[in-house]
Write a protein that binds this ligand. Structure first.
Ligand SMILES: Cc1cc2nc3c(=O)[nH]c(=O)nc-3n(C[C@H](O)[C@H](O)[C@H](O)COP(=O)(O)O)c2cc1C
Length: 205
């Protein structure tokens, strides 16, 4: 069973990135995946305090909702992150979630641990959905850098991106001629790609 985790980064409920994520998860389900959605602002996620506690143990000392989210993020076959652009980067809730993967960074690069099941690692895929208000496609440049590093850290070599700009009002994506369908198709394609692998034996079908 293919598992897809959706991370909703925006604090705006039913906003643009939330709607895109909903459609992408619907597409993923249509292709046979089991999905779970995490709305970051509804979880207790504190920012990294740079205490250095994880550098020797690979474990975060904070103890909040992230304990469970590390496990879910590293176990899923597919990860879809939806986040709006705030000041040319991902918004604060999304960045706090990502920064808390510093302990995972230590596990991988300092402690040289395997983060993910080698049977599913080659099949892991990601998708980054984002929306910006300005009429400027360069608004996503900073967020791309963030997501490149994040997906690479969590053993996702390949991730798709779907961006819409000049969309400020709540629900503006609904007025776009293709946005919701594009997100649906991107979610479907994510799972179709993962399905090319037999995640038990890793033989490509
Ligand atoms: C604090 C804040 C900062 C923002 N910064 C930018 C920005 O740098 N560039 C941009 O194009 N839009 C910016 N926006 C607009 C949002 O990206 C836009 O409204 C988007 O549609 C929000 O997505 P959501 O409905 O999923 O929350 C900002 C909005 C807020 C609230």
């Amino acid at each position: 069973m293919i598992k897809v985790l959706g991370i909703a980064g925006s604090p705006r409920q039913n906003g643009n990135t939330a709607l895109l994520l909903q459609e992408a998860l619907r597409g993923a389900e249509e292709s046979g995946a089991v999905t779970e959605k995490i709305i970051l602002c509804k979880r207790n996620i504190n920012p990294c305090t740079a205490c250095g506690g994880c550098s020797k143990t690979g474990k975060c000392v904070i103890g909040d909702a992230m304990d469970q989210l590390y496990k879910k993020t590293l176990a899923a076959h597919g990860i879809i992150i939806s986040a709006p652009i705030y000041f040319n980067s991902v918004n604060a809730q999304t960045k706090a979630f990502i920064d808390r993967f510093q302990c995972i960074w230590e596990r991988k690069y300092s402690l040289h641990e395997d983060l993910t099941d080698p049977n599913i690692r080659p099949a892991r895929r990601g998708l980054f959905l984002s929306v910006a208000g300005l009429d400027d496609p360069r608004s996503f440049d900073g967020a791309i850098k963030v997501m490149d590093m994040f997906f690479n850290l969590i053993d996702i070599k390949y991730y798709g991106r779907l961006f819409f700009f000049k969309m400020n009002g709540k629900g503006a994506v609904q007025k776009h001629p293709t946005a919701l369908n594009d997100a649906y198709m991107a979610g479907k394609q994510l799972v179709d790609e993962i399905s090319r692998y037999d995640v038990e034996s890793m033989a490509i079908k």
